[in-house]
Write a protein that binds this ligand. Structure first.
Ligand SMILES: NC(=O)c1ccc[n+]([C@@H]2O[C@H](COP(=O)([O-])OP(=O)(O)OC[C@H]3O[C@@H](n4cnc5c(N)ncnc54)[C@H](OP(=O)(O)O)[C@@H]3O)[C@@H](O)[C@H]2O)c1
Length: 280
């Protein structure tokens, strides 16, 4: 009989818990979880979140853990602590991530490099470091936060979309590898969500426009994204697109020949971000 992962009683590690979707994962998991390890760079925010969750969910044990996941040594320190403390991890939420909006040719490497490091390398490294712990606690689960951006090449988000294509592909393959080992893998692929993401991704403070550019029907609240993600995880879904219309659009687009998709993307593409020289 196949054992199913459940969030009830889970011990979960959530990366990027200081804001947006990561904080919402913590809020929705706290009432049902045994223990949550909250990871991010902004320690004060981690402590504030832990304090407020403790009030509403006194049964859950909370461990704020300050770490810069762009650094391999910090990822190793985090995993070493979990292994040393023999924390019975049943859920790894690889959520931390960031974007960079604008043309590739004038992108700054100091923005691209941490994006590649956090979105791709840290997600892979933490999974590699912690999979042995997850395999000790089956049924257990990995939830990788990808994006609908990962399904298509996106001009002016070229590197971000490519990192998310990696996350979706990696998640699907790992899921197949782990299918008979009691560890389920799900890729969460949201469309636009109002978090700090666009503020961080904007080069010249054009964040409001960036979020506004998306059609309201395609946007989803953080609460809905996480509710659907956790439901999808428990139902052992390979992927979750937490907006019905967007899911329909993405899934039907994927049936089209790629040259058609390319033509549609080209039509929609055009200079959206101000160039560096245009910034005030
Ligand atoms: N918002 C959207 O429209 C959207 C759509 C699709 C997918 N996503 C994905 O959803 C995930 C969460 O994004 P969000 O929307 O919640 O954005 P957010 O509000 O900006 O939160 C990003 C989180 O990542 C953490 N993070 C960034 N760099 C880090 C580092 N070097 N070390 C540790 N933590 C780091 C941040 O924590 P600190 O800054 O405190 O370290 C923060 O908690 C990302 O993977 C993003 O790509 C977002």
């Amino acid at each position: 009989m196949k054992l199913s992962f459940t969030i009830r009683g889970t011990t979960a590690l959530i990366t990027g818990a200081t804001a947006g979707l990561g904080a919402e994962f913590a809020r929705q998991l706290a009432p049902v979880a045994s223990r949550l390890i909250l990871v991010g760079r902004r320690e004060e925010r981690l402590n504030e979140l832990a304090a407020s969750l403790q009030k509403s969910a006194p049964q859950v044990r909370l461990d704020p853990f300050k770490a810069d996941l762009a650094l391999p040594s910090e990822r190793e320190r985090l995993a070493a602590w979990i292994i040393r403390e023999e924390i019975p991890l049943t859920l790894l939420v690889n959520n931390a991530g960031l974007g960079d909006l604008g043309p590739f040719d004038n992108a700054e490497w100091k923005r691209l490099s941490p994006m590649l490091e956090v979105n791709v390398t840290a997600l892979t490294h933490l999974t590699h470091l912690l999979l042995p712990m997850l395999r000790l606690q089956i049924p257990s689960a990995i939830l990788n936060v990808s994006s609908v951006a990962g399904y298509f090449p996106l001009p002016e988000m070229a590197v971000y979309a490519a990192t998310k294509a990696y996350v979706t592909s990696f998640s699907e393959a790992l899921r197949m590898e782990l299918a008979h080992h009691g560890v389920t893998v799900t890729a969460l692929c949201p469309g636009p969500v109002a978090t700090e993401f666009f503020e961080v991704a904007s080069r010249y403070g054009e964040s409001i426009r960036a979020m506004d550019r998306s059609h309201p029907a395609l946007a989803t609240t953080p609460q809905t994204v996480i509710r659907k993600a956790l439901r999808g995880l428990e139902k052992d879904k390979p992927g979750v697109i937490p907006n019905k219309l967007l899911a329909l659009l993405v899934r039907s687009s994927l049936l089209l020949p790629f040259p058609l998709i390319r033509a549609a993307i080209k039509l929609g593409a055009g200079p959206k971000s101000p160039r560096k020289t245009e910034a005030v």
